[in-house]
Design a binder for this molecule. Sequence first.
Ligand code: ADP
Ligand code: ASP
Ligand code: MG
Length: 439
Amino acid sequence: MKKVVKFGGSSLANAEQFRKVAEIIHADKGRRYVVPSAPGKRFSDDTKVTDMLYDCYQSAGDEKALEQKMEAIAQRYQEIIEGLCLELSLEDEFSKMKEAFAAQAGSDYAASRGEYLNGIIMAAYLEYEFIDAAEVIRFDEDGEFDAETTNAILSRRLETVERAVVPGFYGAYEDGRIKTFSRGGSDITGSIVARAVHADLYENWTDVSGFLVTDPHIVEDPETIETITYRELRELSYMGATVLHADAIFPLRKEGIPINIKNTNRPQDAGTLIVENTCRQPKYTITGIAGKKGFCAINIEKDMMNSEIGFGRRVLQVFEENGISFEHTPSGIDTFTVIVHQTEFMEKEQSVISGLHRAVEPDTIDLESDLALIAVVGRGMRQMRGTAARIFAALSHAHINVKMIDQGSSELNIIIGVKNDDFERAVQAIYDIFVLTHL
Ligand code: ADP
Ligand code: ASP
Ligand code: MG
């Protein structure tokens, strides 16, 4: 068995966590390729090293502040090195960093140092080879991840390497400039490495015992999902289940490599298996619930809009011209709604409204802000009748007004819009009806 193992920030927050990680790695000879994140929070109001680095880079122009902030970061690593009794000095690395910060090397470079330095420590501790992600993970000139070039470089580089540490979260352009993925991107690096080495399994180690039916910050102690498909996972991650980055499945999909989400603090728990497909029936009608706040609905009304060919296209073109991507477009006979991220929309609000007037001459345009979207996802929903009815019943029982409902054509998900203020109660109500009362 060849396994790629990725450890998240809280799994590597201090020396004690590093020890647990090493124990996990040594317990299975198949765990040959290790992808570490930067040190995360050691306690609930601690700061992640990645956030310290972004903040430090902001102070690059102020020598004294830079010095102080850099020292605090160095201290985090020093604590780990000493706690592990390693003969390792990062002094030269910090001198290079200081110079690069002063020379405005960019915030991506700054943030990437979190995983880079943690990778050096991890490799020394495990006595594995260290491979800088900048050498093997490639972005194209538009800043997009270049999957095929990366796969060619990385698989060649790892062909003869029995065991290695490849830091997560970043890569580089062809000219060597560093570029990061979006936040939480070490999950993507793990997938990329798993694909390159044709791994049998990608283990993603974190601080919860798997993918939970919903966010543990909203529902107390939610159940763990045993098995989930890539498609279900993508819907849930995209809608805010941050446990795995939504883009982490793309490299794996090409090879059908399963992911196992595991808990570094409870390695004995089975965790969640994420697979391309499965004939295992889900335990409940739904697999999971996720959601996000901060959306805005632009409701466009015009009599007889249905007979106007190209109406929808012209509406969406206005959003395109303003550089705004849309999330959903529920429509009626004389109404067409576009749902967008509120912060993105607010900057361009007036330009969009006047653009819509010019493009489709609507009777009215009505804006509704502060909406939350909730995705109820499950491969089991296709066979079950009345899922939407049950969701409505649960929400109505909880006195929550449903603002929007949209069912994906795959019948894999139902999206519900509610007011931001009702968000947590709505998630709880849906969880209760499907999981607690097991309907
Ligand atoms: P890591 O640093 O290991 O990558 P993250 O913080 O990115 O970990 O993701 C794990 C966290 O995701 C959990 O601690 C939990 O608070 C949060 N989370 C949100 N939704 C879910 C969910 N559906 N299942 C599990 N965890 C979730
Ligand atoms: N350290 C990065 C972040 O905090 C990447 C990651 O943790 O996956 O976003
Ligand atoms: Mg993460």
